[in-house]
Design a protein around this ligand. Structure first.
Ligand code: IPM
Ligand code: MN
Length: 350
């Protein structure tokens, strides 16, 4: 399997190194063959060449079986233009309409919610990934004057909403999940989210064995804290999904652990930790590589390698249980040491 690796910026570089090393370790111990090609897209490349995603990059990326990304964002590019161009450019350009973000507590001790256990926090969020407020349509009128007007359009298409809803139900059906919940704000966004309401109900009609329900997104945010055990599969729009998955990351143990996959079934997917480039911690060997390693596990699962994916995941869980973690999870190890500990457990388990 050919994997494109975009370490990107900041801690993205360090955590990606450990994720690739974990993949190599798993490959060395199993029948899996992996070939990595590093691509330099990120702030350095942008500052040197003025290029964000170079011409032909999307075509090139599609030739790989998967893309592993670290994180993008660098204080030398204050408006984050390169990050938006590269990350959103790949999501939109490859039409990766599914942003799959599991929210799973790997160890009771990591949950910030009182009395909650691993059994209570185990659901997935499907975030629409190609439209909504992210399409960049709009403009600014009379910029810098007291009469300034900024318009940012929220684009919801029938096709876009339908395919993400269908994906959520298909996932539930295939994984034996009984419930799918759609979160919107149709009480205030009476056009765009009316489309979500109608489309969700229509798609749900094709899955009579799966319970379809709805919450307004503000109520969902509250319920995720109050009683996360009620959720199995959540589907929502791009912006709400962005916000809810940070909340989800926290209740599963923190940003350092959250993994994600950007998918279009049958095409090259993009796998990345939910966290950002954290410039403050860059180069200090303190970043938690587990989110990146768990994203690499999602990559393997997606390429039809569930056993090898499990190997990575179990190795991470072992490390957490044994306190072999970075400081964000209460341990005392550096990024590289955690990477080595994970590899040791991959080796021990295979
Ligand atoms: C994420 C990030 C991105 C997003 C940013 C970096 C544009 O927050 O992947 O969640 O908003 O999608
Ligand atoms: Mn985000």
């Amino acid at each position: 399997m050919r994997i494109a690796v975009i370490p990107g910026d900041g801690i993205g570089i360090e955590v990606t190194l450990e994720a690739v090393a974990a993949l190599r370790e798993a490959a060395a111990r199993t029948a899996m063959r992996l070939q990595f090609t590093e691509l330099p897209y990120g702030a350095d490349h942008f500052l040197k060449t003025g290029e964000t995603l170079p011409p032909g990059a999307l075509e090139r990326l599609q030739e790989f079986d998967a893309i592993l990304l670290g994180a993008l964002g660098d204080p030398r590019v204050p408006d984050g233009r390169h990050a938006a161009d590269i990350l959103l450019g790949i999501r939109f350009g490859l039409d990766l309409y599914v942003n799959y973000r599991p929210v799973r507590l790997l160890d009771d001790r990591l949950c910030p919610l009182k009395g909650r256990t691993e059994r209570d926090v185990d659901f997935v969020i499907f975030r629409e990934n190609t439209e909504g407020l992210y399409v960049g349509m709009g403009g600014i009128f009379k910029k810098g004057t007291p009469d300034e007007v900024a318009v940012q359009e929220d684009v919801n298409t029938r096709k876009g909403v339908e395919r993400i809803c269908r994906h959520a139900f298909e996932f539930a059906a295939q994984r034996g999940r009984r419930r799918v919940l759609m979160a919107d704000k149709s009480n205030a966004l009476t056009f765009g989210h009316d489309l979500w309401q109608r489309t969700f109900r229509e798609v749900a009609g094709g899955y009579p064995a799966i319970e379809a329900s709805h919450m307004y997104v503000d109520a969902l945010a509250m319920q995720m804290v109050k009683d996360p055990s009620q959720f199995e599969v959540i589907v929502t729009c791009n912006m709400f999904g962005d916000i809810l998955t940070d909340l989800g990351a926290q209740i599963q143990g923190g940003m350092g652990l959250a993994a994600s996959a950007n998918l279009h079934p049958g095409r090259t997917g993009l796998f990345e930790p939910v966290h950002g480039s954290a410039p403050k911690y860059a180069g200090k060997d303190v970043a938690n590589p587990m989110g990146a390693i768990l994203s690499a596990a999602l990559l393997l699962e997606n390429l039809g390698r569930p056993e090898e994916a499990r190997l990575l995941e179990d190795a991470v869980v072992d490390c957490i249980r044994e306190g072999r973690t970075t400081r964000d999870l209460g341990g005392a190890l550096g990024t590289r040491e955690v990477g080595a500990e994970v590899r040791r457990r991959i080796a021990a388990r295979s």
